[in-house]
Design a protein around this ligand. Structure first.
Ligand code: C2E
Length: 346
C-alpha cells in the first residue's frame, strides 16, 4: 500500500475508511477478498489516484469487477505487493537449494574424513604384515576410494542442478522486476519506474528535460467509443512515444491518459523536436474501431516540456512541465509548449 493510505489506516478515520471500502465493495457487488479490500481501501482513501480513476472508469463502463480485473489492477497499481510475494517465493526456493547443497558438502566432507582415517590405519597395520594382509588392505582401500569417487560425482551433479536452478531463479526475478516496473496496458514504464528514472536523472549535474503528454478529449472519446477502444488509443499513443524514446530516454504511462518522457542529458530543444514528431505522427493516423471498422476520427495529443534548472528537484520540474502542458491545452490542444522560451539555434 502507498504510504499515504497506510498512514490513513492508522489515523482517526481508519475504521470509517474500512467501513466505506466494504460498503463500496458491496454496492458494486465486489467480493471482500483481501486483494479487493486493498484495492478498495485505496479507492476510498485516495480519490484522485490513478487507481481510483481506473476503478471509476470501470464503474462508469458498467464492467463487472471480476477476479481477473482485480488482479490486473493490483498488478498495475500495487506492484510492491506482487513483487514482495514473488521475492519471498524465490527466496524460499533459493534457501532450499542452498540447504541441499550444504548437506551434500557435509556428507562429502564426512566421507573423505573417513577415507583419510582408513588410509592412516591401513598404513599402520601394514607395518610388518605379510602379502595376504596387504591384499586385503588394498581391497578395503579400493572400496573406500570408489565410495569417495561416487560421492564426489553426486556432489558435482547436484551442484550442476543447483547452478541451473539459480539461473532460472535469476531470470524469473529479472522478469518480475521488469513487470513491477512496466505498465500492463501500454507496455511502457510505469509510474514507479518513471519516479526512479527522474530522481536518478536529477541527481546528475548534466541537463535533464521532462515532457508530459496528454491525449486530448480522452474522456469524451471514451464515452463515445467505450473503454476498450479507449485502451487501444492509449496503447497506440504509448507505442508512438515509446518508439521515439530509446534508452537513456524513458517513456512512461504517468496515469490514465497521461504520459511522461524523461530525457537525461538532453535539452528542451531536443525534446521539442521529438514531441513535435510524435504529435504529428499521432494526429496523421486514422485509427479504426476494431469491432466495427469505423473511423475513430483524429486523435491528438498535447505536450508540455521543461528543462531542469540548476538545483531543481523532480517535483518542481514536474510542476513546470505540467504548467506547460496546461498552456498547450489552453492554447487549443494538439500542440507542444515549453516552460521556458527556447533560445534561437546557434
Ligand atoms: P496491437 O494491435 O497489438 O498492434 C501492435 C503492432 O502490430 C502495431 O503497432 C502495428 O505495427 C502492427 N499491426 C497490428 N495490426 C495491424 C494492421 O492491421 N495493419 C498494420 N499495418 N500493422 C498492424 P502500432 O501501429 O504502433 O499500434 C500499437 C497499438 O495501438 C496496437 O497494438 C493497438 O492496440 C493500437 N492501435 C493501433 N492502430 C489501431 C487502430 O487502427 N485501431 C485500434 N482500435 N487500435 C489501434
Amino acid at each position: 500500500m502507498t504510504t499515504d493510505v497506510e498512514t490513513s489506516l492508522r489515523g482517526p478515520k481508519a475504521y470509517d475508511l474500512a467501513r466505506k471500502a466494504v460498503e463500496a465493495m458491496e454496492a458494486h457487488q465486489v467480493w471482500p477478498t483481501a486483494l479487493n479490500f486493498e484495492l478498495w481501501i485505496h479507492y476510498v482513501t485516495a480519490k484522485d489516484s490513478a487507481l481510483a480513476t481506473e476503478i471509476d472508469t470501470l464503474i462508469q463502463a458498467g464492467e463487472p469487477f471480476t477476479e481477473a480485473v482485480g488482479e490486473h489492477l493490483a498488478a498495475q497499481f500495487l506492484p510492491k505487493a506482487k513483487l514482495n510475494g514473488e521475492i519471498l517465493e524465490a527466496g524460499q526456493t533459493l534457501s532450499k537449494e542452498l540447504d541441499s547443497v550444504s548437506r551434500a558438502i557435509e556428507s562429502a566432507r564426512e566421507t573423505s574424513e573417513a577415507y583419510g582415517q582408513q588410509l592412516a590405519s591401513a598404513s599402520e597395520s601394514l607395518d610388518g604384515e605379510d602379502a595376504s594382509a596387504i591384499k586385503s588392505m588394498v581391497e578395503t582401500l579400493t572400496v573406500a576410494t570408489r565410495k569417495v569417487r561416487e560421492e564426489n560425482h553426486a556432489l558435482e551433479s547436484q551442484l550442476h542442478d543447483t547452478t541451473a536452478e539459480l539461473g532460472r531463479l535469476r531470470e524469473h526475478l529479472e522478469q518480475v522486476r521488469r513487470d513491477a516496473m512496466t505498465d500492463a496496458l501500454s507496455g511502457l514504464a510505469n509510474r514507479k519506474a518513471f519516479d526512479e528514472a527522474l530522481e536518478r536523472a536529477c541527481e546528475t549535474d548534466g541537463a535533464v528535460t521532462l515532457a508530459v503528454v496528454d491525449i486530448d478529449h480522452f474522456k469524451s472519446f471514451n464515452d463515445t467509443w467505450g473503454h476498450q477502444t479507449g485502451d487501444q488509443v492509449i496503447r497506440y499513443v504509448a507505442s508512438v512515444l515509446g518508439r521515439s524514446s530509446p534508452a537513456p530516454r524513458l517513456a512512461a504511462r504517468y496515469g490514465g491518459e497521461e504520459f511522461a518522457i524523461v530525457f537525461p542529458g538532453e535539452s528542451a530543444r531536443a525534446a521539442l523536436a521529438v514531441l513535435e514528431a510524435c504529435r504529428e505522427e499521432v494526429s496523421s493516423r486514422i485509427l479504426k474501431r476494431r469491432s466495427t471498422n469505423e473511423d475513430l476520427g483524429a486523435i491528438t495529443i498535447s505536450a508540455g516540456i521543461a528543462e531542469r534548472k540548476p538545483g531543481e528537484g523532480p517535483a518542481a520540474l514536474i510542476e513546470r512541465a505540467d504548467g506547460a502542458l496546461y498552456a498547450s491545452k489552453r492554447g487549443g490542444r494538439n500542440r507542444t509548449s515549453c516552460a521556458d522560451p527556447i533560445a534561437a539555434a546557434a
